[in-house]
Design a protein around this ligand. Structure first.
Ligand code: ADP
Ligand code: MG
Length: 619
């Protein structure tokens, strides 16, 4: 009988392992950049051609590799970064598994030229499919350059899975911008098909680094955030709630300068924005969390993008509170602006231009109707096509187009127009205001300090009811109604357990009830919310909420109260002047944010300056 089971040779093992580490060009680049960062480089240049499929070059000015180490570096599980398992607890480098070079070299053509500072000569090595073909001394600058060509040339199955050069480039660019943001102290230069895509300043200024990579409008809408406890420091930027994105791709997180994804932290951030953002819109954040490596575990997955925190709740609360506090302190009012816009129904090219320039406002374009749908508000608003930056007067008709913009930190606006925060606005709301009137039975028009303000009275009312209920809830003074006949409910066992566990919460919310055995509860009183008794289905809603939320009490309470006052608000209502004054009085007692419990703005502002500019009274 012949032997069927054989031990695989090293080359084969590396090729198989490469499947884990090397998913495609972007992961090659990620690993090589991480090596450069670990080698303490201050300058890293990345060059790709055709999405990195054919050519990747990474140059750094870091420590370099010594002559005697070069072959070992390309061996599997060869690393200079840890010696034994205990070192993993205090790991501060990005790499430590010693897999990347071996894996990359086993599935591509690699050329490496490297020289430590204290050596007179560098060394150049050629490796194909994991085999060293040549090795010679060369003259070269300090640091390391690695060129990777023909990725997956010997693994046809993987070659097939690579996407188009464009798709790969997109992935690479995204990852590169994340990595560059993680290290504002390093100069990153990114070259794609001989074009420089970006160069970061490397001066350790995160703001300037963001500006060199992401767009200016995005940057204008960021608020710095710095928060620390004894063990944890959070540093970076979060966005004004008036600036939103359609997905999570700009929730950028680093832990100890390592780019990571964390459901826990996304949730903490999004919960903090909850009341302030329209549904299905996401904030921007670029945050680095510094935490003692002993309190986390990064060795969850070979790509090392996941982190486990030893204390989830602490991290959640810290981030949630930091974001909430910063937003209430720094949020400014949304502005209502008149803009000069020009449009043309014919030219499809130009329409495309517009789409790009407006993309950041989360505007989607409807080709058939030639309209935009803006989601700055919870409801889509359709606006006529407007082309920024297109000046072809023959074909274009000028229109004045009213558009809600979140131009919250517009610097070139007007020197005399001071940017005021919502907090400041509310503190001074009752001084020198004049009610101009009511518009469409829905909006209150105010004049104050050379600005006009529009207040959405229903959004304002909803917010006030919400706050009142939250207060009643916190004082345990929610109004209840006794049932004529107590209601007996038999629940699924798992639901019954949740109710038993949280019975205090239900009581506090106005459900006076007791648990019997056999999965049965008996309800004697129900909450009366805005005069409407809430029943069994509300209880079930709460129950489901409790099952899914286990992080923050505050968040839970706010969520349920938001739910409960949603239906309690009346529609169109003509208000008389004393009712308006009362509403404004009540508003002045609010804390920011000035958004209704579902994220819609309550107040928009328009300055006299802008009005005069639009009427061309001033330039
Ligand atoms: P790891 O980064 O997990 O240690 P790698 O396979 O990525 O494993 O790299 C193996 C070793 O090669 C590293 O531990 C390091 O000593 C060396 N090395 C790799 N890239 C560089 C570089 N750009 N500059 C200096 N040394 C490097
Ligand atoms: Mg590495």
């Amino acid at each position: 009988m012949s032997k069927l089971i054989k031990v695989l040779n090293d080359l084969t093992i590396n090729k198989i392992a490469a499947g884990e580490v090397v998913e495609g060009p972007y992961s090659v680049i990620k690993e090589l950049i991480e090596n450069a960062i670990d080698a303490k480089a201050t300058n890293i240049t990345v060059e790709i051609k055709e999405g990195g499929k054919k050519y990747i070059r990474i140059s750094d000015n870091g420590a370099g590799i010594y002559h005697d180490d070069i072959e070992v570096a390309f061996m599997r599980h060869a690393t200079s970064k840890i010696i034994d398992l205990e070192d993993l607890d205090t790991i501060s480098t990005l790499g430590f598994r010693g897999e990347a070079l071996a894996s990359i070299a086993s599935v591509s053509h690699v050329e490496i030229v490297t020289k430590p500072k204290d050596q007179n000569y560098g060394i150049s090595v050629n490796i194909v499919g994991g085999k060293i073909l040549s090795k010679k001394e060369v003259g070269c600058p300090d640091g390391t350059t690695i060129i990777v060509k023909n990725l997956f040339f010997n693994t046809p199955a993987r070659l097939k899975f690579m996407k188009s050069p464009q798709a790969e480039t997109t992935k690479i660019s995204e990852m590169l911008s994340r990595l560059s943001l993680s290290k504002p102290d390093i100069v990153f230069k990114y070259i794609n098909n001989n074009n420089i895509m970006f160069t970061t300043p490397g001066n350790n200024n995160l703001g300037q680094t963001i500006l060199s990579i992401l767009d200016k409008d995005l940057f204008k809408n960021l608020i710095p955030l710095n928060e620390s406890t004894n063990d944890i420091t959070i540093r970076g930027f979060i966005s004004q709630p008036t600036y939103v994105r359609g997905n999570r791709s700009y929730e950028i997180l680093f832990v100890n300068n390592r780019y990571i994804k964390s459901k826990l932290i996304y949730k903490a951030i999004e919960d903090a924005y909850k009341e302030k953002l329209p549904i299905n819109k996401f904030p921007i954040c670029i945050l680095n969390i510094e935490i003692c490596p002993r309190h986390i575990d990064v060795n969850v997955h070979p790509a090392k993008t996941e982190v486990k925190f030893h204390n989830d709740t602490d991290i959640y609360n810290l981030i949630y509170n930091a974001v909430i506090n910063k937003l209430s302190e720094k949020t400014t009012l949304s502005k209502l602006t008149f803009e000069n816009k020009q449009f043309n129904n014919k030219s499809s090219n130009d329409v495309d231009n517009t789409r790009k320039s407006e993309d950041y406002l989360d505007t989607s374009f409807n080709e058939n109707k030639s309209t935009y749908t803006t989601y700055n508000n919870n409801k889509p608003i359709e606006t006529q096509i407007s082309l920024k930056g297109v000046h072809n007067t023959n074909e274009f008709r000028e229109i004045k187009d009213m558009n809600i913009e979140s131009a919250v930190t517009e610097k070139n606006f007007d020197d005399s127009h001071q940017e005021i925060t919502q907090k400041n606005f509310l503190d001074n709301l009752l001084y020198n205001y004049r009610v101009v009137g009511q518009l469409f039975n829905t909006y209150i028009i105010l004049e104050k300090n050379l600005s006009m303000y529009l207040i959405d009275q229903h959004a304002a009312h909803e917010k006030l009811v919400f706050n009142q209920m939250l207060q009643e809830f916190n004082n345990g003074s929610i109004v209840t109604q006794s049932l004529l006949e107590p209601k007996i409910l038999e629940l699924a066992h798992e639901d019954f357990l949740v109710v038993t566990q949280h019975i205090d919460r239900f009581q506090k919310l106005g459900f006076k009830m007791e648990c019997f055995g056999h999965n049965t509860i008996i309800i004697r009183e129900v909450p009366l919310i805005m005069g409407v008794p809430r029943d069994y289905s509300f209880l079930i809603e709460l129950l489901d909420q409790l099952k899914s939320e286990n992080y923050s009490d505050t968040y839970f309470n706010e969520t349920i109260i938001r739910k409960s006052c949603r239906e309690a608000i009346k529609a169109n209502d003509r208000l008389n002047i004393s009712e308006i004054t009362k509403l404004i009085d009540d508003l002045s007692s609010l804390e920011p944010p000035l958004t209704c419990p579902h994220g819609r703005p309550i107040i928009l502002s328009l300055s006299k300056y802008e009005i005069e500019k639009s009427f061309k009274r001033i330039q």
